[in-house]
Design a protein around this ligand. Structure first.
Ligand code: UFG
Length: 349
């Protein structure tokens, strides 16, 4: 299959590119590098010994997106592209609504023109909002009263997709609700590379472990969980990547929605302790006030993905921490760790 990955240079996109290439698919990446660079693509090619076709284009621009579709024959699209910082979305909601909604609408319109009917969309467990029972199943109600515009864009895009398939019954779409993607490819050559101070737990812990930051702030110690800290479902990014391949292979008419998670809840302290063990170093932390908008506990009911896609995770939190550590210790400053053209070690913020 020739698969177009929007946002294919990002964290999940680059790992999915590896999984696709390893299974003999062809990969076309459309990315504007607004939060990434050419380097992960170069490393994906090096890891797989295969070429990726790269289009540097802005998905919110209909003309440039149509140009990409006109120049390629595309069997299916995986739509990763989008802004994803919860905090930034609260500060600049219009940027999030414009970028995430516009890019998806341009993509759907362009796919219609090009008669491409297969789509896999990166959604998030954030669409379940705060009121929920765990484990969370796909039949839980989607909340349209989310605490941040980022999450709101995911819920709105899901709705746009549901409406689009009503109008075009030939569309085959899988909506994948990710829980908490972590880890890195086991080679340590590609991984998560946040441009700013990481919002998410795992990259923050990795940066403390490698000495870039002093300690982890644990957001809240008084939750109703076994150790009082927040519980989440951490999924290894390569398991997640393989979930996309399973979703592609099982696409059927209409929209099918799947939780992609491990089904296991781990606390913030579980993550810090596991990372500390595999990296063999102390990870200082301080328990501070809970973060606004956080839920105490969220993990996936993965029955549907297991039954319908024949997919489930087989990597553990320990595997994820070990792979994240291999990536972080080998690339302390992410993709900017290599020597710059002036021969000086480039340092990202
Ligand atoms: N946490 C800390 N300290 C940190 C960062 C996080 O204690 O520095 C805690 C959080 O309070 C939470 C857990 O670690 O209990 C995980 O937090 P993340 O920010 O890594 O992940 P979230 O579950 O809050 O958010 C993730 C994605 C969002 C997505 C959301 C819901 O980052 O994009 O899941 O699915 F919207």
């Amino acid at each position: 299959m020739r698969v177009l990955l929007t946002g294919g240079a990002g964290f999940i996109g680059s790992h999915t590119a590896v999984a696709l290439l390893e299974r003999g698919h062809e990969v076309i990446v459309l990315d504007d590098f607004s939060n990434s660079s050419r380097e992960p693509i170069r490393r994906v090619e090096e890891l797989c010994g295969k070429q990726v076709t790269l289009h540097i284009a802005d998905l919110t621009n209909a003309a440039s997106t149509q140009k990409v579709f006109a120049s390629e024959s595309i069997d299916a699209v995986i739509h990763f592209a989008g802004l994803k910082s919860v905090g930034e979305s609260v500060r600049d909601p219009l940027l999030y609504y414009r970028t995430n909604l516009m890019s998806t609408m341009v993509l759907l319109e362009t796919m219609a023109l090009a008669k491409v009917k297969k789509l896999v969309f990166s959604s998030s467990a954030t669409v379940y909002g705060v009121a929920k029972d765990v484990p969370v199943s796909e039949s839980s109600e989607v909340s349209y009263r989310l605490s941040n515009p980022y999450g709101q864009t995911k819920a709105m895009i899901e709705q746009i997709i549901r409406d689009a398939v009503v109008a075009d019954s030939a569309l085959q779409i899988a909506v994948l609700r990710y829980f908490n993607p972590v880890g890195a490819h086991t080679s340590g050559r590609i991984g998560e590379d946040p441009k700013q101070t990481p919002n998410n737990l795992l990259p923050f812990v990795s940066q403390v472990a490698v000495g870039l930051r002093d300690f982890v702030s644990v957001f809240g110690g008084g939750y109703d969980t076994p150790d009082g800290t927040g519980v989440r479902d951490y999924i290894h990014v390569m398991d997640l990547a393989e979930g996309h391949l399973a979703a592609l292979a099982h696409l059927k008419s209409g929209v099918s929605t799947y939780n992609l998670g491990s089904g296991i809840g781990s606390s913030v302290l579980d993550v810090i302790n596991t990372f500390s063990r595999v990296a063999n170093r102390a990870i200082p932390y301080e328990v501070v006030a809970a973060r606004e908008g956080d839920v105490s506990c969220s993990y996936a009911d993965v029955t549907k993905a297991t039954r319908e896609l024949g997919w489930s995770t087989h990597r553990t939190l320990e595997d994820a921490c070990r792979d994240a550590w291999r990536w972080q210790s080998g690339n302390p400053h992410g993709y900017a760790s290599q020597a710059s053209p002036r021969g000086v070690l480039a340092v990202s913020s």
